[in-house]
Design a protein around this ligand. Structure first.
Ligand SMILES: Cc1cc2nc3c(=O)[nH]c(=O)nc-3n(C[C@H](O)[C@H](O)[C@H](O)COP(=O)(O)O)c2cc1C
Length: 165
């Protein structure tokens, strides 16, 4: 099965920690993402502390997966580089790369959206001190899956494709 089809959002995790080499591999993959003018507007916070993960899990309804995840990676978007309008796309590419590397390592992960919701960004800042020029973009909850990872029906839909030839 292609890695792309293997990736699914996982929201329940075992308490077993994620290996250091796996964390490094996911960060390497995230930083390998394409970005506008190669501006690489990302910074990362690796969170292993149970009390911090629990607090982050309360920042919004969709953040609950962090309550069982042994690892969270907070992606921060720099505001002081290159092409401002393209930064969110760059960050999304890095986040997707991180998720794909997690799947490649047979880890479970889910993207928890933060940016551009001011309320959620403020809540994250209240838990983790982040310099002003960095915006909390997303948190990826990561761990060994504690739920089935069955892949659903393909989403491929020919009706959404227009070919010009
Ligand atoms: C920008 C973005 C924000 C998301 N935010 C959340 C979230 O806050 N909580 C959550 O559980 N899943 C979140 N997801 C995951 C989506 O719900 C999930 O990708 C979608 O339902 C498709 O399922 P799949 O990832 O298993 O293919 C987010 C995904 C994206 C791309």
């Amino acid at each position: 099965m292609s890695l792309l089809l293997k990736r699914k959002s996982i929201r329940q995790f075992k308490s077993k920690p994620v290996a250091e080499e796996a964390i490094t591999a996911m960060l390497q993959s995230a930083m390998q993402a394409p970005s506008a003018r190669n501006q690489q507007p990302w910074e990362f916070v690796v969170i292993k502390r149970r009390d911090i993960l629990d607090q982050l899990s309360e920042t919004k309804g969709g953040a609950k997966p962090l309550a069982t995840a042994p690892l969270g990676i907070l992606l921060l978007m720099r505001e002081d580089v290159g092409a401002p309008s393209m930064r969110p796309q760059d960050m999304a590419a890095a986040t997707q790369n991180l998720l794909l590397e997690a799947a490649n390592l047979s880890l479970g992960a889910v993207w928890i959206g933060v940016y551009p919701r001011e309320e959620t960004m403020d809540k994250v800042r209240a838990i983790i001190t982040v310099p002003k020029h960095l915006l909390p973009f997303a948190i990826v909850a990561i761990g060994h899956p504690d739920q089935s990872t069955n892949v659903e029906t393909l989403r491929y839909d020919e009706k959404r494709i227009r070919v010009i030839e």
